[in-house]
Design a protein around this ligand. Structure first.
Ligand code: NAD
Length: 426
């Protein structure tokens, strides 16, 4: 049995995300009364690959970076999950993210298992050439365990479509063939799909729209605060505003901006792209990230990192709906506090699934060679996200569970069904 390890944990981490992921799994396994064998099978990752990546830097020196690729499940299909570039990436963090990917793919019912990769690097300090070398090293290092029918990477924090283009090229070189289906989140010109860049934000938009409909909220009278202003945060802000919601606050690592009348999101995005700091946008009051989380808004979208909503701030959160774009933003204790206060938490394994759903569309298009129009991507994503929301809400209502419990229970049920049908080898 794999015990959660504190090896390589970033200093100062509040809660080990893997402890959170295992606690969520154990609670669901108890509820489902899983037998010990199935429990052990699903609790442990199928494969953990550690790699060291020597890269020649611009000054001629060699730096060696730490990386890993973790595959949690292949029961329902090849494993799928992003690659994170961050200075504090840890083994336990990637283990947690891989397990969550398994439940996420099962909750939205796409034919993938879960995986995740990480490289410990401050990507902002590397030149483009150094980043390219690092990405090619990493792609070749994990090539033995990935592939279109084995494990398909994608972008996550710190990685972009450009990273995926380098990754595809390096992987294709090892196979000596054009292999766009080996990785998703690519630029459109090298086999990416329309709609992938905004997909995680679009998924947030569809679940928030559905939650608003069920709770009789009128978008124009509903305020939203968003923590994190990268891919997930920017697109959530833009698309929710497009639906008529009032996005009144956003933040990045430089802090947040707040305007009770609604922010000019396009101008805030332009500012972020220009200076790298959303707080350089002047059309709002400065707030700290702590203040942003506890603003008097109707909907809070954490779109940055794990462990942002904790016992230190959960009881001050005023939002009645929390839509988790980030993976693992809420600690289990904080989750309890939010539930006790009557907040509706739309959990990460449902709310942030838009990215992997459109990655599935990209993989399917690469395999068939037939490319879809944007309308087809949008309408299929809407259908999948809205249906998954309804299925999770039904389980929650019938079985008197929270949305998070219901989502994880639904995901585990689907993975158990596939695991039992296939049988456990050897
Ligand atoms: P990103 O690197 O594009 O952006 C991250 C943003 O968070 C940056 O703006 C950064 O400044 C900000 N940030 C970091 N720490 C912060 C803090 N303490 N307070 C406020 N802002 C902070 O990453 P992303 O792709 O947008 O991913 C964000 C989250 O969404 C992650 O948890 C990721 O796993 C999750 N997610 C992303 C995708 C995807 O397709 N990109 C899919 C599913 C889930």
């Amino acid at each position: 049995m794999v015990e959660p390890s504190r090896e390589l944990l970033a200093p100062g981490e509040v809660v080990d995300p893997y402890v959170t992921a295992l606690a969520q799994f154990d609670a669901a396994a108890d509820y489902l009364d899983l037998d010990e064998s199935t429990r052990q099978y699903l609790r442990n990752n199928r494969r953990e690959l550690l790699v060291r990546l020597p890269v020649r830097m611009s000054d001629g020196s060699i730096s060696v970076f730490w990386g890993c690729r973790i595959q949690h499940s292949w029961a329902r299909g090849p494993s799928k999950g992003g690659i994170r570039y961050h200075p504090s990436v840890s083994l336990d963090e990637v283990r947690a993210l891989a397990m969550w990917m398994t439940w996420k793919c099962a909750v939205v019912n796409i034919p993938f298992g879960g995986a995740k990769g990480g490289v410990r690097v401050d990507h902002k300090k590397l030149s483009q050439r150094e980043l390219e070398s690092l990405t090619r090293r990493y792609a070749v290092a994990i090539t033995p365990v990935i592939g279109p029918n084995a494990d398909i990477p994608a972008p996550d924090v710190g990685t972009t479509p450009q990273t995926m283009a380098w990754f595809m090229d390096a992987y294709g070189g090892t196979q000596r063939r054009w292999s766009p289906e080996a990785v998703t989140g690519k630029p459109i010109s090298v086999g990416g799909t329309v709609g992938r860049e905004e997909a995680t934000g679009a998924g947030i938009m569809y679940v928030v729209k559905e939650a608003a409909r069920r709770n009789r909220l009128t978008p124009s009278e509903t305020t939203v605060a968003i923590q994190g202003f990268g891919n997930a945060g920017q697109w959530s802000a833009r698309l929710l505003k497009g639906l008529g919601f009032q996005v009144v606050a956003v933040s990045d690592t430089s802090g947040g901006i707040h305007n009770g009348h609604g922010l000019d999101i396009e101008a805030a995005i332009a500012q972020k792209l220009d200076s790298g700091r959303v707080t350089d946008h002047k059309n709002g009051d400065r707030v700290t990230n702590e203040e942003l989380l506890t603003l008097p808004v109707d909907i809070l979208v954490p779109a940055a990192f794990e462990n942002q909503i904790t016992t230190a701030n959960a009881s001050d959160i005023k939002a009645k709906i929390v839509a988790e774009a980030a993976n693992g933003p809420t600690t289990p204790e904080a989750d309890q506090i939010l539930n006790d206060a009557g907040a509706l938490v739309i959990p990460d394994v449902l709310a942030s699934a838009g990215g992997v759903v459109v990655s599935y569309f990209e993989w399917a298009q690469n395999r068939s060679g037939v490319y879809w129009e944007k309308e087809e991507v949008d309408s299929r994503l809407d259908q999948i996200m809205t249906r998954a929301y309804g299925q999770v809400a039904n389980v929650a209502e019938k079985e008197k569970l929270t949305m998070r419990e219901a989502a994880i229970v639904l995901g585990i049920r689907r993975v158990v069904e596939a695991t039992v049908l296939r049988g456990m080898r050897p």
